[in-house]
Write a protein that binds this ligand. Sequence first.
Ligand code: KIV
Length: 276
Amino acid sequence: MDKELSPVGSQVKKITTHVLKAMKHAGEKISMLTAYDYSMAQIIDQAGIDIILVGDSASNVMAGHETTLPITLDQMIYHAASVIRGVKNSLVVVDLPFGSYQGNSKEALTSAIRIMKEAGAHSVKLEGGKEIKESIERIISAGIPVMGHLGLTPQSIYKFGTYAVRAKEEEEENKLKEDAKILEEAGCFAIVLEKIPAKLAKEVAASVEIPVIGIGAGNGVDGQVLVLHDMLGITQEFSPRFLRRYNNLHEQITQSVQAYIKDIKSKDFPNENEQY
Ligand code: KIV
């Protein structure tokens, strides 16, 4: 890895929650992407990504559901265990899925322990603020690092009714600022801010000591996260303003598959060198 791209000026280094905090304080931006399987996790880990999120967006991009709500704890553990097997340096964060932590803090801890034990994950992420403070504290007291998630929290999509930008009004803005402080006080090692005004995100990042990672939250935060399938251009229909596409794999895969079909139909594949 290029020395300039490596965390806090070192050579390739295993990323821990302490490294992330040091990166914030050194002004080094944190990179984060989702992954849901071994092969992709191995590629992005070796490419030097700081954090890999086994997001419940697997419900959308891997399983084809409209929302993140249907994915189960068992399914998240399957994805997380696959990712972990491909990772050497990145910190792996796993989403606690909808319904696995909202009931009570004991259930939240049981779910987090399953993810750590059965998948070998390094940390978990929960959506929400004040209302899940007790669960966060209980998980952290068991020695499990927790990442918070505020702003557009997709598990609450039926409450919001829309995927529009959150916290544009004063009341929601104030609640988000207060929630960020609560998450920091509860012991979260970082917070994701999704789809909120850039000015507010910058203010929140400056108000807490822990790293703030944005998605659709502007450039004033400590790092950025995108869904891997969106930034690689595998998904086509999802095109929010914040999404920068670094490839068009949908087109490239289509062309490769069509070339393969053509070679089979024309009896060109396999040739003499490709058989025994
Ligand atoms: O599940 C996910 O992919 C996420 C990111 C959008 C932050 O939570």
